[in-house]
Design a protein around this ligand. Structure first.
Ligand SMILES: [Zn+2]
Length: 55
């Protein structure tokens, strides 16, 4: 069992379940996780530019 880890910056959550402030995104069957900070910085890209998720 491992804690939730941000897909962008690698920040590890305190628990296995991501905090409510984190954002989960399902892309191509892969579950991506963004911490609160990354979610805030990338919310525009996530909602507006799907291409940015395919790095
Ligand atoms: Zn992050």
């Amino acid at each position: 069992m491992s804690n939730a880890i941000c897909s962008l910056c690698g920040q590890e959550a305190d628990t296995e379940e991501p905090p409510l402030t984190w954002v989960t995104s399902l892309e191509n069957g892969r579950k991506l996780l963004y911490c609160d900070r990354c979610a805030r910085e990338n919310v525009r890209g996530i909602e507006g530019k799907l291409d940015s998720l395919w790095w």
